[in-house]
Design a protein around this ligand. Structure first.
Ligand code: TMP
Length: 392
């Protein structure tokens, strides 16, 4: 593994702090990112035990965003039409934004975060509050094999691929397929989106890296869709190599060619990326400094895990950003890890509240700008750091 980026000491990104623990020492870890020239995988070097991150207080809910809800709904329509599955399973079903698009008797959720699993179970969806592994796969698929396994923004959180793919192989029906969706490394590099790296995002995948991993487990990608969610993601359609039911879509080769053209197989690309990250940090600090020099207020919008990386890396805290607005009930009245900026219950933006808004949830820019068009019309400004720090 060749290191190329050091994002400094970081707290656990989703460990929001309650007011009574504000003075407690936070656990921090070194956020260093590396590239493996053999299998092209880009990953963080120091991983945190999963039980510390995915517990019964997991704050992130997919249904908080209209963009995500729509994306899952559209995909469910496509899955029903194209693959006509009798049984679907989602690994990392979160609060049910995907599974709720299917009939209750033909979908299963797997969600280790107990608070989230409870949401879908209470609504009558079969949900296993466990980590996806071989023993769970055996238990679930004993009577009936699964036709489609879907997993969005979850494989990037899991260190041990071997267990995952063995469990998938065990539980899929003969024609069964796996659909994986995760942020695209190409988009991350192009947008200098270094905040895709945090404790939970162990990997940011490229098609060329995923191809190599799948090869080891006798799986292969037969189609790739480039989606706009989470700042640009790839949706990989995967089958067993021996399953000849699905033809190879030319999109797969197209993606591989584009990734290689952009140098995702070369270490030098990542060194250049690291230099751009440094520049991005310098510029963001300058932008914020200038606003504060003019005695203007900045608040944040979308207390994302990604913001945690940016704020801690750029050493921006509650001296510069007064508070963050967020719609997630669990985050409200707590404080962002490291930077200790308070999260307040979302209110429509108003110019008399603030002049500048740091866009933590830049991946929902379109949705947010639509929602806040009155603020923008009245002269309110957003600060974004993607693809480079600027005021819009
Ligand atoms: P994510 O980038 O990790 O998906 O997190 C998005 C966060 O932004 C989540 O905490 C919800 C919040 N959010 C808002 O507060 N308002 C919005 O309009 C949107 C789209 C997200």
């Amino acid at each position: 593994m060749k290191k190329f980026l050091n994002l400094g000491l970081q707290p656990l990104a989703n460990s929001y702090i309650t007011r009574n623990k504000l003075n407690h020492k936070e656990k921090k870890f070194k956020l260093i990112v590396g590239f493996n020239p053999k299998n092209y995988l880009v990953s963080i070097l120091n991983t945190i035990p999963k039980e510390k991150m995915f517990n019964d207080k997991y704050p992130y809910k997919s249904s908080e965003s209209l963009t995500m809800k729509k994306s899952f709904k559209d995909l469910s329509v496509e899955i029903k039409k194209k693959f006509k599955p009798n049984l679907i399973l989602e690994i990392g079903s979160n609060d049910g934004a995907f599974i709720k698009n299917f009939k209750k008797n033909c979908v299963i959720g797997v969600e280790p975060c107990k608070n989230l699993a409870k949401i879908t179970r209470d609504k009558g969806y079969k949900t296993f509050s466990e980590y996806w592994d071989v023993s769970l796969a055996k238990k679930i698929s004993k009577k009936k094999k699964i036709d489609v396994i879907y997993s969005a923004n979850t494989l990037s959180h899991i260190e041990n691929f071997s267990e995952i793919f063995k469990a998938v192989n065990l539980s899929l029906s003969d024609k069964g397929i796996l659909i994986l969706e995760d942020p695209s490394l190409l988009e991350c590099i192009k947008n200098v989106a270094y905040d895709q790296f945090y404790c939970e995002h162990i990997y940011v995948f490229s098609a060329i890296a995923l191809k190599k991993i799948l090869d080891k487990f006798n799986f292969e990608i037969f189609d790739i869709q480039n989606t706009k969610t989470h700042g640009g993601s790839n949706r990989y359609f995967i089958k067993r190599k021996k399953n000849s039911f699905y033809k190879l879509n030319p999109n797969v080769l197209k993606n591989i060619v584009v990734e290689k053209k952009n140098g995702l197989h070369k270490f030098s690309t990542y060194k250049r990326f690291a230099n751009k990250v440094l520049l991005s940090k310098k510029r963001l600090i300058q932008v914020v400094k200038k606003i504060k020099k003019n005695k203007k207020r900045i608040i944040g919008y979308g207390a994302t895990a990604k913001s945690c990386t940016v704020l801690n890396y750029c050493k921006i805290n509650d001296k510069q950003i007064d508070f963050f607005y967020d719609t997630t009930s669990y985050k409200i009245s707590k404080f962002l890890p490291g930077s200790k900026i308070e999260v307040k219950k979302y209110k429509k933006l108003k110019k008399n509240v603030t002049d500048y808004v740091f866009l933590g949830a830049w991946n929902f820019k379109k949705e947010i700008f639509k929602k806040e068009r009155d603020f923008i019309k009245s002269g309110g400004k957003f600060i974004t750091h993607i693809p480079y720090p600027k005021i819009i």
